[in-house]
Every structure is written in C-alpha cells, then in structure tokens.
Write a protein that binds this ligand. Structure first.
Ligand code: SF4
Length: 169
C-alpha cells in the first residue's frame, strides 16, 4: 500500500485553507470569515500577507492549523496544479474537494497513530488505510464515492475499540 504523505506543503497548495474554511472572530482569529470566502489577508498569488506576524495580528489559529497534506493533494492531484485564484469557476469545486480531503486525511492521521500501537489486529488497521488511499491520484469522484460509503463511521467505530489498547500503552 502506498504511504500517504500527511505533511502539509503550502508551496504546492492553492491556499485552500485560507479560503475554503470558516473561522470565527475570537482568541484564535481576528475576524469572522465564512467558508468559501477568501481571507482578506491572502494575496493574489496565494500568500499570506501577515505570515511573519500571524499570532501578533490575532491569527494564531492559522499557525496552529494543519491540513495534514490535504491541500496540496487536492491542488496537484485533483486539479492538476490549477488555482481558484486564476480561474474562479474552480473555487466551489476545489473548496468542496478540499473539505472532503480533509476528512480523509484526518482519518488517515488517526489510523497512522493507531498503527503505532500494539494492535491485536494490525491487518484491520491496514485495511482501513487502504480503503482511504486511492490507487492513483485523489480525484473528486473517488472522494465523493468514498465518503458516500460508511467508511468514516466504520473507522471511528474501530478506533473506539482501541481504547483498552491505548490505556495499556
Ligand atoms: S491570516 Fe493568512 S494564513 Fe490565516 S487565513 Fe488569512 S491568509 Fe491564510
């Protein structure tokens, strides 16, 4: 099975987290921003204009956030390196796909962590990771079909069964 890289690489992403996700004004974010609206601190070339001083500017939540590699995967694999900033018609599908990929990568991260435990059935963990890993590029069709299945619920139910393993570790 191909190991999925869960390390974010913003240089290969079209700043999806800065536009697709919502945040609320508070201790972690300086403004209210709805999902799908580009952050006003985002430049036209996908850079954060306050990157050097995020926390001081009241955007510590941006520093703390990680997409676990979902952003570059959607940008490069599902959309061939295109950007919604260059082609606004891509905004809605890219943002939707990014939200879906976030769910997949969050599950993969949990399973990666679980795989480090002395599991009673490591093959089950590996099987779930395989289901969450497309054979080729991650496409919007693969995302839709995978998330339409009961895989999320099955993975979460499986992880719940590991509580005793975690407690013993
Ligand atoms: S403040 Fe910077 S890192 Fe945070 S969402 Fe806006 S552009 Fe992105």
């Amino acid at each position: 099975m191909t190991q999925v890289d869960l390390t974010p690489d913003c240089s290969r992403c079209a700043a999806l987290c800065c536009a697709a996700l919502a945040f609320d004004k508070g201790p972690k974010f300086g403004i209210d921003k709805p999902a799908g609206a580009p952050c006003p601190n985002l430049s036209s070339d996908a850079r954060c204009t306050i990157h050097a001083g995020l926390a001081d500017a009241g955007f510590g939540g941006c520093e703390a956030f990680t997409c676990h590699g979902a952003g570059q995967r959607i940008t490069q694999e599902a959309f061939g390196g295109a950007s919604w900033q260059d082609d606004p018609t891509l905004a809605a599908p890219m943002f939707s796909a990014f939200q879906d990929a976030l769910r997949i990568h969050n599950l993969l991260l949990l399973l990666d962590e679980a795989s480090k435990l002395p599991l009673p059935d490591p093959a089950q963990c590996a099987a779930f990771r395989a289901v969450l890993t497309p054979d080729g590029p991650m496409t919007t069709t693969w995302l839709r079909d995978t998330l339409a299945s009961d895989i999320s619920a099955r993975v979460m139910a499986y992880l719940q069964t590991l509580r005793d393993v975690v407690a013993r570790t």
